[in-house]
Design a protein around this ligand. Structure first.
Ligand code: FES
Length: 500
């Protein structure tokens, strides 16, 4: 599954893997928008920065995002207002607006060719969802309280039957992959060292050493810019990991399609257009579910394709992809110092709004490391303690973890023979007394891995849509050979010796 953003982006694979021992002022784990924005801030102040990326620049959540930049939140500002105050609402909107401005300034300063445009954003109630009117009104009030200028949406904003909606002007869109790859190129000119295919296997915080398979970086400051921190962190117990899908289609020539970001309150579809090489594309994002608990088969991308076909002039479907999100328990992201470690930093809990939070986090983390004041640091401090605001989600998340924790997990069937696993399929089963994750490729070759997630010992599940092993507890995901794709686990699934 590949996102549409490879159209119009520089190629990947520009940076060699880390090998041997090296030293740096700061080591950043993760080359998405958070890591690279942090690197920019530090490099401009003369610090030597090394960035370690497990895959390629932008290949994680940044490259799987919508490319929409907005000062509000996809879930809405009303949930923030319920838990916090109007002052916090205003801070959310002001900090996010500032982050969008800083992205725009970076695009213009370096001349990054990423299709940055200012566009309106719509929140629309679809016909048949009259029950959502009250929720929209509540959201409109929250937007006004946050200081936003809210307009009525045009009734023909989309060729989808709409009963009401609101519109925010002066939001933005870009190609997120082209942005971070363009930024990476500029960072190298500023002295930043970037290594791709350099998955971090361990961090020795006492010595300040970050280790990969083939090398190590010693640094005074360590930044986890990995969407969720690597290893074990208390925040993982209060965040819900979920996945959402995207599908893009080329539209028939002369199809009328307005420019903007459109959030349709039916079952929630996010729509936007993208123009590349003379063609108009339309993408839809939706079908969110908790990691490791999705349906089987092609069901989510298929539903999204049907949605586009039913409502728009589709010529052909071009891309399908998915991306992960971590929802914070108290509705705000966690950005700042790691609990108990003053020179270790993290940024997480971005929900579906990670591009703008990532850019903001880069500025905050850069200032923290440089010892500069930052206006927003206290508001989003990763060390904040909000038990009342976080209680509901904490309980929900930990019931989920308990369900998937190995000793309590009862519903694993016993496998009599490896022949029970069909080509292209994966299955978790008990084999000779051990819980294993078995995968048979299309040529019939079988891989047998431990089904126990190395992070905190939950059981992984087969993801039929993406052919991956996913852990519901804190969102670690592994490929069919057990290698880490994303999430907090440093280590791959342990191999068993039954491959055939
Ligand atoms: Fe935490 Fe798997 S991601 S146990």
């Amino acid at each position: 599954m590949e996102a549409i953003w490879t159209l119009g982006s520089p190629p990947s694979g520009q940076f060699s893997p880390l090998s041997g021992q090296t030293r740096s002022d700061v080591v950043i784990i993760g080359a998405g928008i958070t890591g690279l924005t942090t690197a920019l801030s530090l490099a401009e102040s003369g610090m030597h920065v090394t960035v370690l990326e497990a895959h390629t620049v932008g290949a994680g959540c940044t490259g799987g995002s919508t490319g929409n930049l907005y000062s509000t939140l996809a879930k809405g500002l009303a949930p923030v207002r319920k838990k916090w105050s109007d002052e916090v609402l205003r801070d959310v909107v002001a900090s996010r607006s500032q982050a969008i401005d800083s992205i725009e300034a970076t695009v213009s300063r370096f001349g990054i060719d990423c299709g940055f445009h200012r566009r309106p954003l719509y929140r629309l109630v679809a016909q048949g969802k009259e029950s959502m009117r009250d929720a929209l009104e509540e959201e409109r009030q929250a937007m006004l309280a946050a200081g936003l200028t809210v307009q009525e949406a045009e009734s023909n904003a989309l060729p989808v039957p709409i009963i009401t909606g609101v519109k925010l002007e002066n939001q933005a869109q870009f190609n997120p992959l082209a942005y971070v790859r363009g930024l990476a190129r500029e960072l190298v000119h500023l002295g930043v060292t970037i290594h791709e295919h350099s998955a971090v296997r361990d961090v020795d915080y006492k010595r300040g050493v970050v280790e990969t398979e083939a090398g190590a970086v010693e640094a005074e400051h360590i930044v986890h810019a990995t969407h969720t921190p690597k290893g074990i962190n208390l925040l993982q117990s209060v965040m819900l990991p979920s996945r959402e899908y995207g599908v893009s289609a080329r539209l028939k020539p002369d199809s009328a399609y307005p420019q903007g970001t459109f959030w349709v309150l039916d079952d929630f579809h996010s729509l936007r257009s993208y123009h590349h090489d003379g063609d108009d594309y339309l993408m839809v994002i939706g079908e969110k579910h908790k990691v490791g608990e999705g349906e089987v088969d092609d069901v989510y991308p298929r539903r999204l394709r049907d949605y586009l076909s039913d409502n728009f002039d589709v010529q052909d479907f071009t891309h399908a992809w998915s991306a992960q999100q971590y929802s914070p328990a108290d509705e705000l992201p966690y950005i700042g110092r790691w609990h108990g470690r003053d020179k270790v930093y993290l940024a997480t809990g971005f929900a579906a709004d990670g591009l703008v939070w990532g850019a903001l986090a880069g500025a905050i983390l850069g200032d923290l490391i440089l010892g500069r004041d930052n206006r927003w640091h206290e508001r989003f401090d990763a060390r904040r303690f909000t038990p009342v605001k976080s209680a509901k989600q904490w309980a929900k998340e930990n019931v989920s973890v308990a369900t998937h924790f190995v000793p309590g997990y009862l519903s694993v069937s016993k496998l009599e023979s490896l022949d029970d696993v069909a080509p292209g399929q994966g299955k978790v089963a008990t084999l000779e007394g051990e819980k294993v994750a078995i995968y048979r490729d299309d040529d019939g070759k079988v891989s047998v891995l431990s089904a126990v997630c190395p992070h905190m010992k939950c059981l992984v599940h087969w993801n039929d849509i993406e052919s991956t092993w996913d852990c519901s507890c804190h969102g670690s995901r592994f490929d069919t050979q057990g290698e880490v794709i994303e999430g907090p686990s440093y280590h791959p699934l342990a191999r068993r010796t039954k491959d055939s």
